[in-house]
Design a protein around this ligand. Structure first.
Ligand SMILES: NC(=O)C1=CN([C@@H]2O[C@H](COP(=O)(O)OP(=O)(O)OC[C@H]3O[C@@H](n4cnc5c(N)ncnc54)[C@H](OP(=O)(O)O)[C@@H]3O)[C@@H](O)[C@H]2O)C=CC1
Ligand SMILES: N[C@@H](CCC(=O)OP(=O)(O)O)C(=O)O
Length: 426
């Protein structure tokens, strides 16, 4: 067997093992009592606290390798298990433990003329495979949300976070054991081999949904190879449109926050659209503030005429998710042109309008077809915790079955439940 063929057969075996174990665990997890699931989550939070040093030591290995490999600073930042990141992870686990269990809740009960009752019951999706970026907090957020919603999970994080994720896997395993839940309920892939991803996405007997969080490279592969349904969490080419009726101070702060809160997250504004009537009054001051903060601006000709230090933007800039201190700027004739630009170039993640005109704001919110559409808010609010979901698996850019930040409810589906008293059909 050639080396490549042998690597693939190893990946196939590893994927099959993960899938089988997950399916077995999911049968138990589907009907596990909330008290046990919450006990496991609280145990994981305590274990993070107790193992802070070991977790940060594992993370230090990843950080050193990342710096040696010249990883971009925004990406190094999201890789870091700082004290604050650990605190946030523990808070998230405790918060999710305290949330109501969606599994088993019933809704929409109606009484049919023949006396039978028809309703719906929330049930887990089953086994979820998650392929995500090099961001260790996602390992805990995803584990917590999947467990609480009764789903078994196979987690495949980015290769730069390998040591951190292996250390977190031990915390997850110990937490499951402490609650007497199957240890395969949440499995963290023990390899960075991308061949495993290729195998996992074909395991239709064992995996019900794959959630890919990532960029164009990942999705190109999955679009070609996946047989398991995908709940895509893809790139965020997000826009802020500053309308002619905007409060300019408010708009300045919103645009600045949308770009600079964190450059590496998918909710970061990548293109600013400005109505021509307020461009001269608005753009130079914001540009000065952004440039002083280290942001490079690339603009259309009209924007360049207003800001000296602006490079020319090309079509590639309208399309690019920089995830970096770079912002594309375009002056538009009116709101319709802004919406047209968004529909042409947006990735359907998150967009925002800044205006004091309620009618225009409402029309923008209705007509822009992205998973989240804001009025007078920065796009970096695209986050499950900020939406009150406790945490998020990510931001779904799918149209089905969940859109935007996906929390517990997004990880469930429903079954119809009917109750009668011997009614017969026909
Ligand atoms: N909508 C959302 O919720 C989210 C969207 N994103 C988007 O992700 C992108 C940035 O993250 P980034 O880390 O660069 O994403 P990547 O797409 O490079 O990586 C994400 C994951 O996919 C894996 N991967 C990438 N390409 C392949 C492939 N061809 N075959 C198998 N596995 C692959 C990576 O593994 P490996 O480590 O081997 O490269 C990693 O685990 C941005 O576009 C961002 O907006 C990110 C997070 C959440
Ligand atoms: N929603 C999260 C970010 C999610 C996300 O995709 O981040 P990243 O992995 O940096 O692209 C937040 O706002 O912190």
């Amino acid at each position: 067997m050639s080396t490549a063929a042998s690597a693939n057969s190893t990946a196939a075996e590893a994927a099959l093992k993960l899938g089988r174990q997950a399916r077995q665990a999911s049968r138990i997890l589907m009907s596990a009592p909330d008290a046990l699931k919450s006990r496991a989550l609280l145990a994981m939070a305590d274990l993070i606290q107790e193992n802070r040093e070991a977790l940060q030591a594992a993370n230090a290995k990843d950080l050193e390798a990342a710096r040696n490999n010249g990883l971009d600073s925004a990406l190094v930042e999201r890789l870091k298990l700082s004290d604050k990141a650990l605190e946030t992870m523990m808070a998230g686990l405790r918060q999710i433990a305290a949330m109501p269990d969606p599994v088993g809740s019933q809704s929409g009960s109606t009484l049919r003329p023949n006396g039978m009752r028809v309703g719906q019951m929330r049930v887990p999706l089953g086994v979820i495979g998650i392929i995500y970026e090099s961001r260790p907090n996602v390992t805990i957020d995803a584990a917590a949300l999947c467990l609480k919603s009764g789903n078994a999970a196979i987690l495949r994080g980015g290769s730069e976070a390998f040591h951190s994720n292996q250390a977190l896997a031990q915390v997850i395993q110990a937490g499951l054991e402490a609650a007497g839940l199957p240890s395969h309920a949440i499995q963290v892939a023990g390899t960075t081999d991308r061949a495993l991803v290729g195998e996992l996405v074909t395991l239709t007997d064992y995996i019900d949904v794959i959630i890919p969080r990532g960029g164009k490279n990942l999705i190109a592969r999955l679009a070609a190879e996946a047989k398991v349904p995908l709940l895509k969490h893809l790139d965020g080419n997000c826009h802020v449109y500053v309308d002619e009726f905007a409060d300019l101070d408010k708009a300045n702060n919103i645009a600045f926050n949308a770009k600079t809160y964190r450059y590496g997250i998918c909710g970061t504004m990548e293109t600013l659209l400005v109505h021509q009537n307020i461009a001269a009054a608005f753009l130079p001051a914001l540009a000065q503030r952004l440039i002083a903060h280290g942001v490079e601006l690339r603009g259309c000709e009209r924007a360049q005429a207003l800001v000296a230090d602006m490079k020319p933007a090309t079509e590639a800039d309208w399309e690019t998710e920089y995830l970096a201190p770079i912002l594309a700027v375009r002056i538009v004739d009116d709101m319709d042109s802004a919406i047209e630009h968004i529909h042409r170039w947006s990735s359907g993640h998150t967009e925002s309008i800044v205006t004091e005109n309620l009618a225009k704001a409402t029309r923008f919110q209705r007509e822009v077809d992205s998973s989240s559409v804001y009025i007078n808010l920065p796009t970096c609010f695209a986050d499950g915790f900020e939406y009150g979901l406790g945490a998020e698996i990510g931001i779904s850019t799918n149209r089905l079955h969940a859109r935007g930040p996906v929390g517990l409810e997004g990880l469930t589906t429903y079954k119809w439940v009917l109750t009668g008293d011997g009614q017969l059909r026909g």
